[in-house]
Design a protein around this ligand. Sequence first.
Ligand code: ADP
Ligand code: MG
Length: 240
Amino acid sequence: MIRMQGVQKWYGKFQVLTDIDLAVAPGERIVVCGPSGSGKSTLIRCINGLETVQQGSIVVDGIDLTAHRRNVDKVRAEVGMVFQQFNLFPHLTILQNCTLAPMRTRGIGRQEAEATAMKYLERVRIPEQANKYPSQLSGGQQQRVAIARALCMTPRIMLFDEPTSALDPEMVKEVLDTMIGLAEEGMTMLVVTHEMGFARSVADRVIFMAEGRIVEQAPPERFFTAPQHEKTRQFLGQIL
Ligand code: ADP
Ligand code: MG
């Protein structure tokens, strides 16, 4: 579903990604962790073309992002993204947040777009909030709307960048539960998170990044019980 090969990326003179090779199979659930500044956000932003790379190739569901700039739109149509800061449109209702992109970019009619939006708002268990504005919702509810909004585009892959980091502790679980539901339905997922409980129970593979490199990757049992690299051990020692 995703194949990155020999990816190198610089911000000016600073190399942010070095020798990235990563293959993700359909339905696979990957957790990406690592210290702040290690390139996790940059890595997943590259997968939906929010960032360009200078070397290497990135192929998403058979579409080569690095071959043609035009392919970026095709890839974005297949990849949903959820950010730490929700990024909902404050001036639109929850329902409008969910129908905007399908109507604008897919040419879907209002009725159908609203029916789809309600289906996903039910799925994230907040259909009753449809006519409110984002500021009237809790952080956890807003993040669930962000997930529903991404699902309205019927993505084949979902990317999450620290989706629970901005939430009050009591709201983390409701968002993680929504993500667990998605995982159980077989969605291909790449999740940057330090929620190691989530990694343990949901991930097929945990990837550890440091200084722009994938230092280690392993199934969660092995990752947590027998980390191979000193940097991984240090990191786990700090967060567990
Ligand atoms: P992480 O998500 O692991 O915290 P990031 O991918 O956000 O890491 O950032 C990796 C490194 O790249 C950091 O040192 C950060 O300061 C730098 N960086 C991120 N975005 C930019 C940018 N747009 N321009 C220059 N440097 C950036
Ligand atoms: Mg980040």
